[in-house]
Design a protein around this ligand. Sequence first.
Ligand code: ADP
Ligand code: MG
Length: 326
Amino acid sequence: MAGLGEFELIRQYFAAAACATPVSGVARGIGDDCALLQLRPGEQLAVSTDTQVAGVHFPEHHDPFLLAQRVLAAAASDLAAMGAAPLGFTLALTLPNAEPAWLAGFARGLDVMARACQLALIGGDTTRGPLNINVTVFGRLPVGQALLRSGARPGDLLCLGGTTGEAAAALPLVLGERAASGAGDAELLARYWTPQPQLLLGQALRGLASAALDVSDGLLADCGHIAEQSGVALLIEAARLPLAAALREAAGARALHLALTGGDDYVLAFSLPPAALPTLQATGQPFHLIGRVAAGSGVRVLDRDGHDITPAAGGYQHFGGGDGQT
Ligand code: ADP
Ligand code: MG
């Protein structure tokens, strides 16, 4: 990295960030050839990596403070989905130039989300090129307790950790196709730019949920992964699906469609044996019952009378059809 200088840039904006202070579990953070993570006996390391490219995953014109939060939240959400406790993350940043205002905003946003998620910045890489951000997150899990996509069984309840569709409803605002006005739009924009990974819910689901994932490509598309990997059918009851007031206000008659197919929500979807319901309720963690698991395959959406009203569209895929983002 020319200009400010790679090492000066790393030192000033990242090594000096509050979130780069090594915490318990980080034996060595930024500054050496590798970071060192310290697991306890009986723990597994959960690892997930996420790349976001300007013009593909986020607009070229953006607020770096918000962008950093979104990128880190999206990655941390994968830890939540596995039930992992957050440990640290690395940041591989490719930048067209070392612009101090952008870097300062980005570093501040990173710090806000890192502290909200209790993730320490433990290393990274800094190179010059078209804007591209890669975050790899690390978490810890007791051996055998990870929440997989493959454990859903017929008879289980289907649950959702929050509302979906708002991030998709924010897209016209994000892309500047519509001007934001009012509290509802602010809420939609917050869902898009500053999603809140459900790390506590994920950890509460250990030993309770039979399968889980985070909804990033759209509820239908992601539930399809549980259905496929578990060898079951998932039935979503449309009347049970929570729709935020801001979504209804912005999307009107399309609210249900967006809640089913819109991406970027980062709430957890999971299957739950009915016997585990009281235990989960007692944790005080937020969730909605939205359907059930049955024998068969695929995901279906049912109306109040049990009629199949499943929309045709799937989630976005970079190398195939679809209408969202991955
Ligand atoms: P190396 O050449 O051995 O890969 P670097 O010179 O790229 O190491 O980086 C020096 C140190 O700074 C390493 O600890 C690395 O993890 C860290 N680092 C580099 N870029 C970033 C970044 N964008 N955010 C956080 N840490 C970074
Ligand atoms: Mg390097």
